[in-house]
Design a protein around this ligand. Structure first.
Ligand code: 4AD
Ligand code: MG
Length: 458
């Protein structure tokens, strides 16, 4: 169907002004007077609607009301003309109704609550809010690829079905074709008869395979879905979320922190440059001062503090935390948010966590107690990046794994990377939905995904 995108009409208006054009889209709003109907048409290419001016006696009965209603899909031909109120509008010559829309269409009003819209995930892409969120989600994804591709990283597709629990938190979804049956005396027998002949699950992280690829390709990144059966029913956790995981050889913790900071700033700058309408909309509708916040992030240095220092800051904060702080405890969201929102008021890297609360693959520091790891915390959200230098020493790595009762024989290939030409290397994982929340001000992770999967909700 030959037609022009509404975005193209607005951005290249001089080419189309006073000419006849064809546009397609859905009716967002509809206003009627005796002789004229005013329709706001949206085709998803621009946050701006195109105003249609329809002189009713010009179009045939079958095309006029009741067919021209909110939610209906139209293809219209008309003259693209300047307008004082809207910049440009379309003086309609003919209308074809592509899809009519009965009265029970749930999006009759202009504004709906996010809670209500969560009950109609299949229709919410037709609202301005979700049009803006998904435009930014798309642009961030593009900017991420652009960043890594222009810095010589190879994009790796690591497996989604895997046998290894990278984070060791026991949060893997099982992948199986076989039901448990009383005939199996032991778990092993059951898995042996299952599709892969072994216990399999959905990956929580592409890191381990990413490391294997990096140990030959030098610099790689993954960008794909990851899955966690976390029972945390919060506004920041999804069971299916997208993760970006670069892995960089010949880089220590200091180097990867520099990369992560440059990466985050570059992504934010790209989105603010390329999605100005969306960012303005979010600034007005969702988070007042968003633009200023993003500009500040781009133009100032992120803070850095060690875990040990952070514990003393928290202890002397005078705050009445729900979870008391002691050296060795995992930082809770309330602690993370105090550090980044109240103490620094900007993004902060917390480094050198106790080894006991972090994953097996992190490099042990010379103190023998902490690891060369960092979480990047940002105001309003908390952790958006988990990062570390990897343990490159075979014996130390084996010892960290044994301490956690991990079956070494299941990780022989991973261990081979430390046996054959091991090198210092580091990487991080960024949660895509978390950075979307940070850049847009969206408060709930459920509103960054087309179909959010969370505990109790498929
Ligand atoms: O800190 P995490 O668990 O780190 C890893 O998975 C490492 N393997 C990364 C690496 O070094 N390659 O997760 C990384 C990020 C978190 O900082 C967070 O942004 C996001 O993934 N994330 C989630 N996002 C949404 N829902 C969840 N349930 C998430 N769990 C983690
Ligand atoms: Mg983490």
């Amino acid at each position: 169907m030959k037609h022009t995108d509404i975005e193209v009409l607005f951005s290249q208006s001089e080419k189309f002004v006073n000419k006849s054009v064809i546009v397609c889209g859905w009716v967002r709003t509809w206003r009627d007077s005796k002789a004229i109907a005013f329709i706001e048409l949206n085709d998803g290419t621009s946050l701006n609607n195109l105003q249609l001016i329809i002189e009713k006696d010009k179009i045939s009965e079958s095309e006029s009301k009741p067919a021209l209603v909110v939610g209906a899909a139209l293809c219209v031909t008309g003259k693209f003309i300047p307008s004082e109120r809207n910049g440009f509008e379309l003086s309609v010559e003919s209308v074809t109704v592509l899809g009519s829309c009965p009265q029970d269409y749930p999006l009759q009003k202009k504004h709906h609550t996010l809670e209500f819209l969560r009950t109609i995930p299949h229709l919410r892409p037709r609202t301005k809010y979700f049009e803006a969120v998904f435009a930014v989600r798309s642009r961030i994804s593009f900017a991420i690829h652009k960043y890594f591709q222009s810095h010589n990283y190879k994009y790796m597709h690591t497996p989604i079905i895997t046998g290894s629990d990278c984070e060791g938190a026991g949060e893997m979804f099982r992948v199986t074709t076989q039901n448990w049956d009383a005939k199996y005396a032991k778990e092993q027998e059951y898995y042996a008869e299952d599709f892969f002949g072994a216990k399999a699950g959905l990956t929580v992280s592409g890191q381990l395979e990413g490391e294997i690829a990096a140990m030959g390709l030098g610099k790689i990144y993954t960008f794909g879905p990851t899955f966690r059966a976390e029972h945390s029913n919060t506004t920041r956790h999804a069971a299916e979320f997208w993760q970006i995981e670069p892995e960089v050889c010949f880089a220590d913790l200091h180097d990867i922190i520099e990369i992560a900071e440059d990466f985050i700033k570059t992504i934010i700058k790209d989105v603010t440059d390329n999605c100005p309408q969306e960012i303005t909309y979010f600034d007005e509708r969702i988070e007042k001062g968003l633009k200023q916040k993003l500009d500040n992030v781009i133009n100032s240095d992120f803070a850095k503090i060690t875990y040990t220092e952070a514990v003393s800051v928290l202890k002397s904060s005078g705050k009445d935390f729900k979870f008391p702080v002691e050296w060795g405890c995992d930082l809770q969201t309330e602690h993370e948010r105090y550090l980044t929102e109240e103490y620094y008021k900007k993004p902060v890297f917390v480094t050198d966590y106790p080894a006991d609360i972090k994953a097996f693959y992190m490099k042990l520091n010379s103190d023998g107690k902490t690891v060369a790891a960092t979480d990047l915390l940002v105001p309003g959200i908390g952790e958006i990046i988990g990062c570390s230098e990897r343990e490159a020493d075979l014996e130390k790595l084996k010892s960290a794994m044994s301490k956690r009762n991990m079956p070494l024989e299941a990780y022989m290939e991973y261990l081979d990377t430390r046996k054959y030409g091991s090198v210092p290397h580091s990487g991080f994982g960024l949660g895509l939905e978390r950075i979307i929340m940070y850049i847009t001000g969206v408060q709930n992770i459920r509103d960054t995904l087309l179909y959010p999967r969370t505990v109790g909700s498929l």
